[in-house]
Design a binder for this molecule. Structure first.
Ligand code: ZN
Ligand code: ZN
Length: 110
């Protein structure tokens, strides 16, 4: 009875593989071009909306491109806004003008 195969080497390799989780792709973009105004800016940033990646040089451009507009008054909805039946509203008042009454800015009371 003599079995002298040592699994020490295999174990050593396993320990090394633990490090793989830390490998990261370089997420730094040196230069990005805003898809709204075309400005190339080293601090451009990406916004992922519905799985699609957009590049902007400013939040203003991002809002211009991506923010929904109020179905009643047409302003860009930069805050949370409201949604009903696929339509966006900037506030409960605008929703009401379109006949959507179940949305409320604040709890009715007093
Ligand atoms: Zn821009
Ligand atoms: Zn509105």
């Amino acid at each position: 009875m003599s079995s002298s195969s040592s699994p020490a080497v295999a174990q050593h390799l396993l320990q090394k593989e633990v490090c793989f989780g830390l490998v990261q792709t370089k997420g730094v973009i040196r230069m990005g071009r805003c898809e709204v105004c075309g400005n190339e800016y080293d601090k451009a940033f990406q916004v992922i909306l519905a799985g699609k990646t957009h590049v902007f040089d400013s939040f203003e451009c991002a809002i211009h491109a991506l923010a929904p507009t109020c179905s009643y008054c047409g302003v860009r909805i930069v805050g949370h806004g409201m949604e009903a039946d696929g339509a966006f509203f900037c506030c409960a008042h605008c929703a009401e003008q379109k006949g959507v009454t179940e949305l409320q800015d604040r709890a009715a009371g007093g």
